[in-house]
Design a protein around this ligand. Structure first.
Ligand code: FES
Ligand code: FE
Length: 427
């Protein structure tokens, strides 16, 4: 429902993303303009499915997590009565204060600190101080917390959408669904988010991190120190980064490739230590038994960097990470990242996984500081002027390699189409 009618701006996408037969260019205004960000909020974040969190984060009744989803404060809580996943707008129906004020916890009720209205875990208004002051009484039913217009989950990944008319989540996920299946099936039982999260900020446009998260081209140059570290441990780099990328529909894309590093499921590397060999090889045998040689090979040996449009990354690389981010200004974003792992994993395997995760993907790991430096450097470069366009043409006209930029073009085409459309604000 739109009360204030923002003026829709048509054709923004096509002005900023220009595709020719062998050239693909993106105008730098897409990364620097406040007007573009305003339009993104309305046309992209208000109308696409957005990742909220994982069901394992709220395993017990009353468990909750607080999130910013597409820039809006929400919280997700497992209802004490129903056991269901509830996703609410984090705003008191009295006069607006956020109701859930901690990042995570367990609660039967949520009391707004401003005037102490109280809501239960199903969102129902359950307490109002001095309620007799309201002429005719208060309609407790109508004053419950507002739910996100649509909430659906796929194999534990909970998404919300502010547009009630959006297509169903499975249809939206399109080809990304098969890759989620492949990643999740590698766990004997189920996947869970490992307790704890990484929250950090970057002085860069959010789309730079979309590109970077699925960019095979930068690995060898930007993360040179990591590769040197692996070599020092005895890793054979001759395999390089070899593979391909796929357009998964609806702006989603994946890289799938071989790389020199090991994988907790289930490819041994020197970083894990000699004594880890038997258990890693055992995990691999289990995969072959369950899925056959070919699928087990993909699960164990191949890496996947996947974008679920617009801002969810699931990278199944030397560890499995789930990452999402929101713009807070054209040149700023907030990032949240988690590690995902098979539930009930053996402690020694879990330990190696955590080590592999933090070594590369941790906030002080080999990758994250490098990537922040690279992206902030791009953003700074944009302010220099003189150059209007970014070039994203690598690999056009051939079968895409993992080190090409086809997967970024998939994102930008969908971004262009979303930004070209006339769409009003969703309240
Ligand atoms: Fe929440 Fe008044 S704003 S009780
Ligand atoms: Fe990187």
């Amino acid at each position: 429902m739109t009360l204030l009618n923002d003026r829709p701006v048509l054709g923004t996408g096509s002005r900023l993303v220009v595709e020719e037969p062998d050239r693909f260019r993106v105008h730098r205004d897409s990364m620097t303009s406040a007007e573009v960000l305003t339009q993104e909020q309305r046309k992209i974040f208000d109308h696409n499915w957005l990742y909220v969190g994982h069901e394992s984060e709220i395993a017990n009744p009353g468990d909750y997590v607080r999130r910013r989803v597409g820039g809006r404060p929400l919280f997700m809580v497992r209802g004490v009565k129903t056991g269901q996943v509830n996703v609410f707008h984090n705003s008191c129906t009295h006069r607006g204060a956020v109701v859930c004020r901690k990042d995570q916890g367990n609660a039967k009720v949520f009391q707004c600190f401003y005037h102490a209205w109280t809501f239960d875990s199903e969102g129902k208004l359950s307490g109002v101080p001095d309620r007799d002051a309201y002429a005719g009484g208060l309609d407790f039913e109508a004053l419950g917390l507002a739910r996100a217009a649509r909430v659906e989950s796929y194999r534990g990944f909970v998404f919300a959408c502010y547009d009630p008319d959006v297509v169903g989540l499975v249809e939206y996920l399109a080809g990304a669904k098969d890759y989620l299946d492949l990643i999740i099936d590698a766990a004997p039982a189920d996947m869970e988010i490992v307790n704890g999260s990484q929250h950090y900020g970057m002085d860069a446009n959010w789309k730079l991190l979309v590109e970077n998260s699925i960019d095979g081209y930068h690995a060898v140059s930007t993360h040179d120190t990591y590769f040197k570290y692996l070599v020092a441990l005895g890793t054979d780099l001759s395999v390089g980064v070899k593979g391909t990328s796929r357009d998964l529909g609806n702006g989603h894309a994946v890289l799938e490739y071989e790389a020199p590093w090991g994988r907790p499921v289930a490819k041994w590397e020197p970083l894990f230590g000699e004594d880890a060999r038997p258990s890693v090889e055992g995990l691999r045998r289990d995969l072959v038994e369950r899925f056959g040689e070919e699928r087990a090979h993909r699960m164990a040996d191949l890496n996947r960097n996947m974008l679920i449009y617009p801002n969810l990354i699931v990278n199944d690389i030397m560890a499995l990470t789930v990452r999402t981010f929101v713009p807070t200004a054209p040149d700023k974003m907030e990032i949240s990242a988690w590690e995902m792992a098979p539930r009930d994993e053996q402690p020694d395997v879990r330990q190696r996984r955590l080590d592999s995760f933090l070594t590369f993907l941790g906030p002080a790991g080999f990758a994250t500081p490098d990537d922040i430096e690279a992206l902030e450097s791009c953003q700074l470069g944009f302010t220099s002027g003189g150059v209007e366009w970014n070039d994203i043409s690598r690999g056009m006209g051939r079968e895409p390699l993992a080190t090409d930029e086809a997967q970024m073009r998939t994102f930008w085409r969908r971004w262009r189409d979303d930004m070209d459309r006339e769409r009003g604000a969703v309240r």
